[in-house]
Each structure stands twice: as structure tokens, then as C-alpha cells.
Design a protein around this ligand. Structure first.
Ligand SMILES: Cc1cc2nc3c(=O)[nH]c(=O)nc-3n(C[C@H](O)[C@H](O)[C@H](O)COP(=O)(O)OP(=O)(O)OC[C@H]3O[C@@H](n4cnc5c(N)ncnc54)[C@H](O)[C@@H]3O)c2cc1C
Ligand code: SF4
Length: 576
């Protein structure tokens, strides 16, 4: 019977054939890193991926298509967007990229409160789809929760994670400028992208007007100047096309498909199994530790157990929570490691509601060549060194300047005058958006449905996550400060907007299995091991104690590499 997980088949070769040194659940951004590090150290590693196989270059069917090659010129037909209201709200969902996104009906979940859950179920996960913005956290970000008391203390410091940032940055390839900011430490950079004239002008004027603000060139996971380590991965220089979410045949941006997974495969230690839906982690009461995972074949629905000494949970924040909540045993009747009842709680995200647009006067004789993948950015300047506003935490700002077609006199979008104007370039414009920190709260939680299951017999996830008053205040501050900054930079026609979008569309969900110092108030220790089940490591967004304001994936990668290397050390010592 499909999804009947009582019928367990330990495959024809028996347990030995299904036994590995390590199992990694999920092959995306963080799972790819776990696989690479474990395989580099000689561990026989099984990566289980619920989605289809994706091989670099071969499986990027739209990568080199032109707009006119698509039936709808790249736009999604109305019936598709109507049938998929959640994923259709994601800016990157298009006719060119839709094959890498989960459609709403294929994988239902229960929204107790509105939550746009954007997912990519395939080898590579969302690492194929991301916007590649990458910034380190600073010491202030790790110290914040302990200092201001809005979350439990982080069990790690910036100094501890810094070498692991370097480790992943050198391999992945991060472009950026050495800005020497205490609030946003530099990465190991490849050369930065050059901002266009409008961005440069606005950023320079903001910096001249504010002592506490440093607007800089965006940092991103693109190979502006590949080094030998990137050529060894079979990757080449970014061609500035910004068609990235289709998959890049040049390997110009970092994804697990172009980088960590093929690298791990070359070691000869990796077994990658797509179409393998992880149902749960198996806990062995006699051994007092996890012994493996139960998998349901995505196509045949047959259940198989796989065994390993260590297990890395990297299914992406919400799915990692789901798998762990579904991992019940005599020892852990409420989900793996869940003695304190906190599993699935303290979920947080990024507040993306505020945006603004403006016209940048001048530069009419200038245009751009190529499509750079980044704009400018402004690291958070609120409550960095001490609490100083009536709200907690703050926000990062992203800037994108550009120049499109003229649109007539802006009143009549019809007629000859309008058509003629469209052959001309319009003024330079600026788009600005916030990336606000949200406070992890017990009430923002995930749990399993008691009566609704998916096609594989696994309980559906219930999302109960919402904004709070603090988020409203942070938004208001951004809308006020952002407009003031643009005004001081000489911009005109400034227009502010609250999208009122639901949580989730930021695609930066974090928490539910948070790290901490105290087993009473957290799930994981400083090495991402369950306090009470140390051979299971959770190193994706689920492990995050707080969210800060930076794009999160670089931190997930560094945390994963660090934990994987610790796991190898512990295995060598016979501790796991
Ligand atoms: C459009 C878009 C833009 C983004 N922009 C940025 C950005 O600029 N910067 C940034 O830092 N982040 C960005 N992100 C977020 C970034 O993609 C994620 O933070 C990152 O991919 C998370 O890594 P992960 O390993 O946790 O999850 P994923 O990369 O999603 O990988 C998880 C994998 O686990 C698999 N899986 C799930 N459940 C199971 C199961 N039960 N069994 C087996 N396998 C399972 C999934 O199929 C998937 O392949 C963006 C995301 C999107 C979609
Ligand atoms: S912009 Fe660069 S990374 Fe993106 S698709 Fe083009 S070449 Fe590839």
C-alpha cells in the first residue's frame, strides 16, 4: 500500500548493503557541504534526496533559451499562477525556471496562519534557485541575543566560525570588495562587481550624509575571476547574464549541483540517491542513539531503512523540522531529541515587506553593458552595538539601480506618442528593499497534522508563523529612513510600499531546532549535535538561534562544514 510505512524492506542485499558511515538528508545548499566534507575525509556517505536527479549542465533545459523560444516568452500562463498562488508569488518562478520549483498542489501543507513556503525538491534543492547574495555575520550578530535577551545565547562566537567562513568562501567563490567594516566582516573575496552610475551616485551620497551608515557593493557567490580551485570543480567565469535560476552551464554561480556534489562524487565515497523521501530518523533504544533513517521511494512508495554512524539533517529548515517531528520512538515520543518540548518552536524569518522606488536624476548619456547579478547594500545600522530604538534589532537594505524604457508621459498608456516613447530610454531608477531581522518566538511554530497526510503517508506540516508589533516598527523605520536616505541622495518621485506579504516569501526561514548552551532551552549543542542524541547533526536553517539581517546561506554552509569536520574528529576518537 502506498505510504504504508509499517512494511519495511531492508533491500535485497540486506542491512550491510544499506549501511554507510554517514547519511545526509537533503542535497541542497547545506547537504552538499556536509557531503563534500564527509567524503573528503573518506567517509562512505549516502545523500538522500526526495526530488529528481539533476546533473550539472545536462539537466538545465532552459539555460540557453531566448525569450522567444518560450511559448509565453518566459511569463507563466495565468492558469498556472492561479493554480499555484503560493509559488507564483516568488519573483524567480517563471516559464524558464518553473521545473525547479515545487508546485502548490504537489506537496500540500496546512497554513494555520498565512505562510508562503517556497521549495525546490530536486538534487541541488534551492541552491539552484537562490539569488546568491552572501554576507558573513559579525560578532555583533552572534552576541546580540545574549546581550539584548531576545533569544537564547548563541553557543558559538564569530571567532569560532570565521575560519569556516573562509573555508567555504574560498571553495564556493564569493565576489565582493574589502570594505573593512566591523559590522559586516569581509569574506575571502574574488573581485567585486562594478556598480552602475546611479547606484554609485546614490551610495556615495548616503555615505556622505550619514556617519553611522556604510553603503557598499553587494557580495555574491559568483566567479568574477575563477581560481584553480574553481577550475578544478569544472566551473568557469560568470558571463553576467543573470539567467542563473535556470541553472548555469558555466558554473558561474555556486550551487551544490555545480560544485560540492560533483566534488564529493569524485572522491569515490559518495552515493547519491534521488527520489528518496526521508520519512524519519530511526532511534535505537538499545544502543541509545540514532541508527539510520527510513526512506520511502518517491515513485514506488516502497519503504527502506538505511543505517549509519552519523546522520546529518539538511532537508531545509521546515522539512528538517518535519522529519524530526516525525521521528518518534519510545525514547522520544514527541520527535527526535524533543525532551524539552521545543522542537518546531522559535521559528523566525526575514521581514521583506518594505520596498521603495525612486528616480535618480542625471546620467542620461550613460547606459550599462552586461547584467551584473548584484546591486548595492547597506549593512544594518540599528541596535548594532547597543539597544537604541523602541524596537529590537534592525534591517539590511539592498539597492538596485537601472534604466528601462521610457513610458510616455506616464498618463496615457496608448497611442502613437506612447509607442514612440518606448523606443527611447527612460530615466535611471532605484529600487530599494529591506531585509529585517525577526525575533524567534515560541508561538511561531511548526507541528504535524494529526489527520492530513501527504502522498507518501507522512503527516503534513502545519505552519503557525506570523509578524508581530516589533516587525511593524522595524518596517516603519525602514520606510522612513529609506525615503530620507533617497531624498538626501537627490532622488525624486520617491514611492514607499508595504507589500504586506506573508512570512515565508523571504525564503529565509530559520529555527525550530535551535542551537544553544542549555539543553533545557535549546535542541542542539555548539557542534549542531542534539544535546540528547549526539550522532544526529542539524546544520541547515533549522539550527539557527537568531536570524540577524544577512542573507543566511553562507552561514548555513560555514556551520555545516564546521560540524561535519567535528563529526569526523569525534568518529576518529570513537565518540560517536
Ligand atoms: C528565489 C530564491 C532566492 C534566494 N536568494 C538567496 C540569497 O540571495 N542568499 C541566500 O543566502 N539565500 C537565498 N535563498 C535561500 C537559499 O536558497 C536557502 O537558504 C538554501 O538553499 C537553504 O539550504 P538548505 O540546504 O537548507 O535547503 P535546500 O537548498 O532547499 O536543500 C534541501 C534539500 O532537501 C530535500 N528534502 C526535503 N525534504 C526531504 C526529505 N524528507 N527527504 C529527502 N530530501 C528532502 C529537498 O528536496 C532539497 O533538495 C533564496 C532562495 C530562493 C528560492
Ligand atoms: S549570470 Fe553568471 S552565474 Fe548567472 S547564469 Fe549567467 S553566467 Fe551563469
Amino acid at each position: 500500500m502506498p505510504g504504508d510505512t509499517t512494511k519495511v524492506n531492508v533491500n535485497s542485499g540486506g542491512a550491510a548493503q544499506n549501511t554507510f558511515d554517514a547519511i545526509v538528508i537533503g542535497s541542497g545548499m547545506s547537504g552538499g557541504w556536509a557531503a563534500k566534507e564527509l567524503c573528503d575525509h573518506g567517509l562512505k556517505t549516502l545523500v538522500l534526496e526526495r526530488g529528481k536527479s539533476v546533473t550539472h549542465i545536462k539537466d538545465y533545459p532552459t539555460a540557453t533559451l531566448n525569450p522567444w523560444d518560450f511559448p509565453h516568452r518566459g511569463e507563466m500562463p495565468l492558469n498556472v499562477t492561479k493554480e499555484n498562488p503560493v509559488v507564483a508569488r516568488c519573483y524567480a518562478f517563471s516559464e524558464a525556471s518553473q521545473h525547479f520549483f515545487v508546485k502548490d498542489k504537489e506537496h500540500p501543507y496546512v497554513q494555520e496562519k498565512p505562510f508562503d513556503w517556497i521549495r525546490g525538491y530536486q538534487v541541488g534543492g534551492k541552491s539552484l534557485l537562490w539569488a546568491r547574495a552572501t554576507q558573513r555575520w559579525s560578532k555583533f550578530d552572534f552576541e546580540g541575543p545574549g546581550r539584548d535577551g531576545y533569544a537564547v545565547e548563541w553557543p558559538i562566537t564569530y571567532e569560532e566560525i570565521a575560519p569556516w567562513y573562509s573555508h567555504v568562501e574560498i571553495f564556493a567563490g564569493i565576489s565582493g570588495n574589502y570594505d573593512r567594516l566591523e559590522t559586516l566582516p569581509d569574506s575571502e573575496f574574488l573581485p567585486p562587481w562594478q556598480l552602475n552610475c546611479a547606484e554609485t551616485d546614490v551610495l556615495q551620497k548616503i555615505n556622505a550624509n550619514y556617519k553611522d551608515r556604510n553603503a557598499i557593493v553587494g557580495r555574491c557567490a559568483h566567479l568574477t575571476e575563477p581560481k584553480q580551485i574553481h577550475l578544478d570543480q569544472g566551473r568557469g567565469q560568470c558571463q553576467a547574464r543573470t539567467l542563473c535560476e535556470r541553472g548555469c552551464p558555466y558554473g558561474g554561480y555556486f550551487s551544490s549541483v555545480s560544485s560540492t556534489l560533483p566534488w564529493a562524487m569524485k572522491t569515490g565515497h559518495l552515493t547519491l540517491r534521488p527520489d528518496s523521501v526521508v520519512h524519519s530518523v530511526i532511534y535505537d533504544d538499545k544502543k541509545g542513539k540514532a541508527s539510520g533513517v527510513r526512506v520511502i521511494d518517491a515513485k514506488t512508495k516502497q519503504s527502506t531503512d538505511y543505517f549509519a554512524k552519523i546522520i546529518f539533517v539538511n532537508a531545509a529548515c521546515l522539512n528538517s523540522n518535519l522529519v524530526l517531528l516525525n521521528s518518534t520512538s519510545n525514547r522520544f515520543p514527541n520527535g527526535l531529541g524533543n525532551d524539552n518540548g521545543l522542537l518546531g518552536k522559535y521559528v523566525a524569518f526575514h521581514n521583506y515587506r518594505g520596498t521603495m522606488t525612486a528616480i535618480v536624476p542625471g546620467f542620461e548619456d550613460k547606459y550599462v553593458y552586461g547584467r551584473k547579478p548584484v546591486g548595492g547594500m547597506l549593512p544594518n545600522f540599528r541596535n548594532v552595538r547597543k539597544q537604541e530604538t523602541d524596537f529590537q534589532r534592525g534591517y539590511m537594505v539592498h539597492f538596485y539601480g537601472g534604466r528601462g524604457r521610457a513610458w510616455g508621459n506616464g498618463q496615457n498608456e496608448i497611442g502613437g506618442e506612447y509607442k514612440d516613447s518606448m523606443t527611447e530610454l527612460g530615466p535611471w531608477n532605484m529600487f530599494m528593499m529591506m531585509q529585517g531581522e525577526t525575533i524567534p518566538k515560541e508561538s511561531n511554530h511548526l507541528r504535524l497534522s494529526k489527520d492530513q497526510k501527504d502522498e507518501w503517508g507522512i503527516p503534513q506540516l502545519i505552519t503557525s508563523i506570523a509578524y508581530d508589533d516589533n516587525d511593524e516598527k522595524v518596517l516603519k523605520d525602514f520606510l522612513t529612513q529609506g525615503a530620507e536616505m533617497l531624498e538626501k541622495a537627490g532622488c525624486k518621485y520617491i514611492s514607499t510600499n508595504d507589500s504586506k506579504q506573508a512570512p515565508g516569501l523571504d525564503i529565509h526561514e530559520m529555527g525550530g531546532v535551535r542551537m544553544g548552551k542549555d539543553p533545557k532551552t535549546s535542541m542542539l549543542n555548539k557542534w549542531n549535535q542534539f544535546h540528547n542524541c549526539p550522532n544526529v547533526f542539524v546544520t541547515d536553517g533549522a539550527c539557527m538561534t537568531s536570524t540577524s539581517t544577512q542573507n543566511p546561506s553562507l552561514t548555513f554552509m560555514a556551520i555545516t562544514a564546521r560540524a561535519a569536520n567535528h563529526a569526523v574528529e569525534e568518529l576518529k576518537k570513537g565518540n560517536l
